[in-house]
Design a protein around this ligand. Structure first.
Ligand SMILES: [Zn+2]
Length: 279
């Protein structure tokens, strides 16, 4: 059982070139890095290639977060095409880097949820078959966003060799309006994924983690792991993964203190794993 832990974006402590960030996160004891192209894919092919080489050299799993300004569910042809183009750029840069997954927010329901879902499916069809990189569709935190656990599983089963689930535990807390707190809550998610996807995509389950503040409409904001009164609690999530012997999850800390929180998660996970081994 090998869990990986990493940062969403370049940690604030690191001041060098982007391509050097893999060595930096590895020096902290982390082994995953999610490049944040959330405001546009601006990395050159050369930079992407070096970043990828450095990541492999330092044993760091590389992923990329596609731009936020993406709505694959849009019925406006211009928005839909531009969204497709942004995801395509992210897939290309990640392919060049030799990374494994591009994380994408599917989009919004708008006034016609069925049409929006059909548009996402059309988008995935036109994106697939261009390389090795997987399209990671994320569970989303606002009720207006496409990306319930069930929808993500549906997309995965429709495109088994291309789409993988990205489980954002904080978003699930928001979307369920506070039902991602107990071990049973976590079990339910993993049982559901097992049932729908088997062990195919589950082997290296890609996860985002932070604590979450929400309203009746879902996500409001992400919080750091040491902020009291917000959930989910990483030790609860980790305990379930350890108990199930989940083969190799990746946890990306999506907080404002990403390196510190990724290390906290790693320590928590190791402690729980050691405890079961010595029993
Ligand atoms: Zn995201």
């Amino acid at each position: 059982m090998k869990a990986r832990f990493g940062t969403a974006g370049i940690p604030s402590e690191y001041k060098g070139k982007t391509s050097g960030v893999a060595a930096f996160v590895a020096s902290l004891g982390l082994d995953a890095f999610e490049y944040e192209a959330v405001r546009g894919v601006r990395i050159s092919d050369e930079e992407a290639k070096t970043l990828g080489e450095q990541a492999r050299k330092h044993g760091v799993k590389l992923s990329m977060h596609a731009p936020y300004y993406v709505n694959l569910g849009s019925s406006d042809p211009k928005i839909w095409q531009e969204s497709l183009q942004r995801v395509r750029q992210a897939l290309h840069a990640t392919e060049v880097a030799g990374g494994e997954v591009v994380v994408v927010h599917p989009g919004y329901y708008g006034s016609s949820p069925n049409e929006a879902i059909a548009n996402v499916i059309k988008a995935i069809s036109s994106l697939q078959g261009q390389g090795h990189v997987k399209l990671g569709l994320e569970t989303m935190g606002r009720l207006s966003q496409i990306g319930s656990l069930e929808e993500v599983a549906d997309f995965c089963t429709s495109f088994p060799s291309f789409v993988i689930p990205v489980i954002d535990w904080a978003h699930l807390e928001a979307r369920s309006l506070g039902h991602m707190r107990s071990k049973e809550d976590v079990e339910r998610v993993l049982d559901y994924l097992d049932r729908r996807l088997g062990d195919r995509e589950m082997t290296e389950l890609h996860c985002h983690f932070s604590k979450m503040e929400f309203s009746s409409r879902g996500e409001l904001r992400h919080h750091n792991l040491d902020e009291e009164g917000f959930y989910p609690d990483f030790s609860v999530v980790a305990e379930v993964f350890v108990k199930r012997g989940h083969p190799s999850p990746t946890f990306i800390a999506e907080t404002s203190n990403t390196a510190k929180d990724a290390l906290t998660m790693k320590e928590t996970f190791s402690r729980l794993l050691d405890a079961t081994r010595t029993q």
